[in-house]
Design a protein around this ligand. Structure first.
Ligand code: FMN
Length: 199
């Protein structure tokens, strides 16, 4: 079996941690990048294998690809944090609005709203749902807030919601906004994400 050696380097110059990997059997080194480990002070550390850095620049192309996934409302798995500090995940139907803000509607009395009010950090995954589907997918980290804004509620209202709410002005009907801090965009069959970060 080939032995892989790992090395870790903290760079003061650009505040990045780098992992280096070398395989003794000459197989070559692993090239994968991952980001999104939140730093204590709210920064994002970029962790790179094989010294390759993931660019922390938002290209218009990347935003277009992210928006293309949200061309129609997307079913997303939304993770919140319970009062006990444990993860809890469920499906929600998400739209992408201006300024890369994610929106979904829900019940003011739901668990997710209680979780978000206690701890607004959330994580979502959406896009390709079923193997062997060949579509891109997203991992999204952000902070959520609950809005009872009447205009926003009306803008997202549709008559199917009458199954759950009396109407657009029902106080139980609320909108959750998620402001992403990090979006990882994955092309199918490529585990190296393209990274979008909030400015
Ligand atoms: C495909 C699908 C889409 C859903 N979309 C929403 C949604 O947009 N908002 C919502 O509150 N619940 C939605 N649900 C129901 C939630 O997954 C969940 O069961 C419910 O909101 C209660 O969650 P909670 O107790 O964690 O708050 C959806 C369920 C499915 C299966």
């Amino acid at each position: 079996m080939n032995e892989t050696k790992w090395s870790l380097l903290w760079s003061h110059a650009d505040k990045h941690i780098r992992f280096g990997a070398s395989a003794a059997g000459g197989v070559g080194s692993v090239v994968r990048t991952r980001t999104g480990v939140p730093h204590k002070h709210g920064e994002h550390l970029v962790v790179c294998y094989d010294g390759r850095m993931s660019e922390n620049k938002n290209s218009g192309e990347l935003e277009k690809k992210i928006r293309a996934i949200f061309a129609t409302p997307q079913v997303a798995a939304l993770a919140t944090v319970t009062d006990e500090g444990k993860p809890w995940v469920r499906y929600v139907t998400v739209r992408l609005s201006e300024g890369m803000m994610l929106l979904f509607v829900t019940d003011a009395g739901s668990r997710k709203v209680a979780h978000i009010r206690g701890r607004p950090d959330v994580h979502l995954v959406c896009g390709s749902l079923q193997p062997p589907e060949d579509s891109a997918y997203l991992q999204i980290a952000g902070r959520a807030e609950v809005s009872g804004d009447p205009e926003e509620k009306r803008a997202l209202w549709n008559e199917e919601l009458r199954r759950y709410f009396k109407g657009p002005d029902d106080p139980n009907y609320v909108v959750v906004r998620v402001r992403p801090s990090l979006i990882e965009y994955y092309d199918p069959h490529n585990l190296t994400p393209q990274i979008w970060t909030a400015k």
